[in-house]
Structures are given as C-alpha cells and as structure tokens.
Ligand binder design. Structure first.
Ligand SMILES: Nc1nc2c(ncn2[C@@H]2O[C@H](COP(=O)(O)OP(=O)(O)OP(=O)(O)O)[C@@H](O)[C@H]2O)c(=O)[nH]1
Ligand SMILES: [Mg+2]
Length: 190
C-alpha cells in the first residue's frame, strides 16, 4: 500500500476512551517487546511515529494512527511483561479484551510472535480468544532478520503447520522483509 499520510490520532489507557468509531481498524497485538510499534512504523515508513523501546512495556495505552485518511492502525499494549502475571492480566484484560471484543470498526488483528520463540501459551490463548469473538486474525513472525534463511523458513513452516487457516507472514522491521505480503493480508480485511 502506498502511504500518503500517517498520523497519531489519540491514545487511551481506559476502556471507553477510544475515539468514536470511524474508518475500519486493524490492531497489532502480541507480547511486550515482540516488535508491534516497530512493525507499525515500518509498515507506514514513518520512523518514530509509534514509540519503540528495548524495555518491555513501552506501549501502555491503545494508540490509534490514521493512515491515508481511511484506515486506523491500532498499536496495543503488550502482555506478559509485569512481574506478577496475575496483576498484568488484570490490567491488560479490561482495556485490551474490551477493545477486541466490542470495537465495532475492528476488522482484523495481527498477532505478532517472535520468530525465534514461536507460539507460546499466551499466543495460543489470544488466537483462541479472537476466534471466540469472531475476529479475523493473522500471525506475523517478527524479527526475522535475527534468524538465518534456513531457520527462518523452518520457523514460518512450523507456524503455518500449527495454525491451519490462519495467514502467517514473516517480517523484519529492520530489513522491511514481509511488508508487501503483510499489507496484502491486512488490506484483504478492509
Ligand atoms: N532486529 C530487529 N529488532 C526489532 C525488530 N522489531 C523490533 N525490534 C526491536 O525490538 C525492541 C522492541 O520493539 P517494540 O516495537 O518497541 O516492541 P513492542 O511490541 O511495541 O513492545 P511494547 O510496547 O512494550 O509492548 C526494540 O528494541 C526494537 O528495535 C526487527 O524486526 N528486527
Ligand atoms: Mg509498543
């Protein structure tokens, strides 16, 4: 997709603080530090639009970005970084699960998975949750540049085998590998 405009619209840390439903939305979900914000910047070709960090837990709000005046890309806070998984789940739950469940304009969710780690319990639970609420999902294997060609191919084949019927795309925000393929999957939801 050719990006002619991309800007931050608003952020919310509380359920109900989302902007009024407008253009169709696509959300980026996944554990903290998996590369959601970096992927959003790289998809849009705008360095620094969404804040990235080495420190997990950088994004604590739901952030809305308007693309080409006709699509909202939504950067979600990551899960799995707090010391107490229980406390983390409680904080993440109402905000993100509420958004994923009720947002009327949400068309699909890209679930990011570190290509080196593959699917863990949380990713499985998130995908099952999305299925249960009827949201289309795709899996994006991030940081592909950290794997060699053979390992990368094996990682992607492994994910595809585990997830029949779910599109799987390999991605690197560093080399921008996967950008065209991922846009193709995302725009098919619009
Ligand atoms: N090598 C490499 N590093 C990446 C890639 N994507 C992200 N990173 C790095 O991984 C770290 C985390 O990236 P973020 O985009 O901030 O991760 P996030 O998922 O938004 O994290 P939270 O906001 O904490 O949920 C940063 O240091 C990024 O530079 C990638 O494709 N390749
Ligand atoms: Mg982030």
């Amino acid at each position: 997709m050719k990006i002619t405009g991309a800007r931050f619209v608003t952020a919310t840390a509380v359920p109900g603080g989302e902007p009024s439903p407008g253009p169709p939305e696509i959300a980026l979900a996944g554990r903290s530090n998996v590369g959601k914000s970096a992927l959003l910047n790289s998809l849009l070709g705008r360095r620094g639009l969404a804040r990235t960090s080495r420190t997990p837990g950088r994004t604590r709000q739901i952030n809305f970005f308007l693309v080409n005046e006709r699509l909202l890309l939504v950067d979600l806070p990551g899960y799995g970084f707090a010391v107490g998984p229980e406390a983390e789940r409680l904080a993440w739950g109402p905000l993100v699960e509420g958004y994923l469940t009720t947002r009327p304009t949400l068309r699909g969710v890209a679930v990011l998975v570190d290509a080196r780690r593959g699917l863990e319990a949380e990713e499985g639970e998130l995908l099952e949750f999305l299925r249960s609420v009827g949201r289309p999902a795709a899996v994006v294997a991030t940081k592909l540049d950290k794997l060699g060609k053979t390992e990368a191919r094996a990682a992607l084949a492994g994910l595809a085998a585990e997830l029949p019927g779910v599109p799987v795309v390999g991605y690197s925000a560093r080399t921008v590998e996967g950008r065209v393929a991922l846009w193709r999957v995302l725009t098919a939801w619009l």
